[in-house]
Design a protein around this ligand. Structure first.
Ligand SMILES: Cc1cc2nc3c(=O)[nH]c(=O)nc-3n(C[C@H](O)[C@H](O)[C@H](O)COP(=O)(O)OP(=O)(O)OC[C@H]3O[C@@H](n4cnc5c(N)ncnc54)[C@H](O)[C@@H]3O)c2cc1C
Length: 412
């Protein structure tokens, strides 16, 4: 009789683990608590599915910071090239965008997921939706029975599933509406597994704008700006929202901003509204203000600031714009925004925290619960946007599934 595998979580990591395990001949069942699988993947596809990043593997690995070493083997074995070939094999060719980001040609996740589910069905993978993983049963003396997974159904009934190996791919804590709600953390902690708190990552920051600013500019982009936090500068387009600022150059700093708020209760973010023009050149241009121009008109006419950018200067200074061209140029190059709060995890693109790396062996098996592997965003790694989140989710899934196969081969 073939060995059995339980995979929990029908996101990219869970489905990839299921594919690898089924290809090796295991009888695989994927359990998912939502009514369908891949909901966050589909959400990611709505804004252009950035599936990985095309850059030298060491540069790519560096994006994972302190987790890079633990992810290294997984990413070397199933990296961007392997992921792109896998997309090809599902009929979704990929292309490299101008900044190295890799997208499927359709830019969406729907065709990929549809083809993938057909492949999984033909490999014999069964998918049980509406089954919420509750944890492992424990004996009265507190011992965890890692062979069993307990699931709850919507009608209140529970089932116990026994299998030869288990891969848990339950996701992080962002966008709980699409399924990854971090509810698994308590069960892991009860079982003695260290889990670092799930925190918002790749998210915007909260700023208390004036009502006038929100009315006029919520939803308006601040194009081609440079955002500096703790000496590091990232360029790109940001977006004013009713509660703050979002966008790639802000997301890129979310870990640093979070750490600063943790330490000092606030973080100073500097925005350069004209990163391509030097301070001296801005000052020279501002000196040519026409006497009858208001300060706002002269900022628009002499240095081409948009109405949103001009109002941002007013927001940052309590509407006390300096009249001196040198001071004004200085402000345009470094608009100070004091941030006391990140956007909540519910609005974040990903989460930091998760199963502590020390709990995992090199194949992502829980050291305390042999035979149980974890994969994807539920592991404590963090990376910026740019395709790195999906890459690590897929890579760790392949590694965990292969680890499970190795482990089964070694079982007495
Ligand atoms: C708006 C948005 C855009 C994004 N865009 C990109 C992008 O372009 N590129 C990129 O690299 N990344 C992107 N991401 C991040 C990426 O989608 C995630 O990193 C990735 O989906 C993580 O995969 P995963 O399989 O680990 O977790 P998930 O995709 O979260 O899947 C986990 C699954 O487990 C299920 N589950 C959770 N708890 C239970 C339970 N108790 N019982 C049963 N099932 C459970 C969930 O319902 C879910 O289906 C984006 C995220 C968001 C929110």
């Amino acid at each position: 009789m073939s060995s059995t595998a339980t995979v929990v979580g029908g996101g990219p990591a869970g489905l990839m683990a299921a594919e690898v395990l089924a290809a090796a001949g295991l009888a695989v069942t994927v359990y998912e608590h939502m009514p369908s699988v891949g909901r966050k993947l589909l959400l990611a596809g709505r804004s252009g599915l950035n599936i990985t990043h095309n850059e030298p593997i060491d540069d790519l690995l560096a994006r994972y910071g302190r987790a890079a070493q633990h992810l290294s083997l997984a990413i070397h074995r199933f990296g961007p090239n392997e992921l792109r070939s896998w997309c090809d094999s599902l009929g979704e060719q990929t292309f490299v965008g101008s900044t190295g980001q890799v997208f499927p040609t359709s830019l969406r996740a729907t065709p990929l997921l549809r083809a993938w589910l057909v492949r999984l069905a033909s490999a014999g993978v069964s998918i049980e939706v509406g089954c919420r993983w509750l944890g492992w049963p424990t004996s009265p003396d507190g011992a965890v029975d890692a062979w069993r997974s307990q699931f709850g159904r919507a009608d209140g009934s529970t089932i116990d599933v026994i299998s030869d190996v288990t891969v848990l791919a339950l996701g992080g804590g962002s966008w709980p509406r699409v399924g990854s709600d971090g509810g698994w953390v308590a069960a892991f902690r009860r079982a003695g597994v260290e889990v670092n708190e799930l925190r918002a990552a790749n998210c915007g920051v909260r700023i208390d704008w004036t009502a006038t600013f929100v009315d006029r500019f919520a939803g308006v982009p601040l194009k081609n700006i440079a955002v500096t936090v703790a000496g590091r500068t990232v360029r790109g387009d940001a977006m004013v929202t009713s509660g703050g600022i979002e966008g790639a150059p802000v997301y890129a700093h979310s870990a640093a901003i979070r750490d600063a708020i943790d330490g000092a209760g606030r973080c100073m973010v500097m925005v350069d509204l004209h990163p391509d023009i030097s301070m001296a050149s801005l000052r020279d241009r501002l000196e040519h203000r026409r006497p009858k121009d208001s300060l706002g008109s002269s900022l628009r006419r002499t240095i081409g600031l948009t109405p949103a950018a001009i109002s941002l200067l007013r927001e940052a200074t309590g509407n006390r714009l300096p009249r001196d061209p040198a001071e004004l140029a200085e402000l345009v190059k470094a608009v100070p925004l004091v941030i006391a709060e990140m956007m909540p995890i519910e609005r974040a693109i990903s989460s930091a925290g998760g199963v502590a790396l020390a709990e995992l062996d090199e194949a992502f098996m829980l050291r305390r619960l042999p035979g149980t592997f974890v994969a994807g965003e539920m592991i404590d790694w963090e990376a910026p946007t740019g395709g790195y989140l999906l890459q690590a989710s897929f890579s760790t899934a392949v590694a965990a599934a292969n680890g499970a196969l190795d482990w089964l081969g070694r079982r007495p």
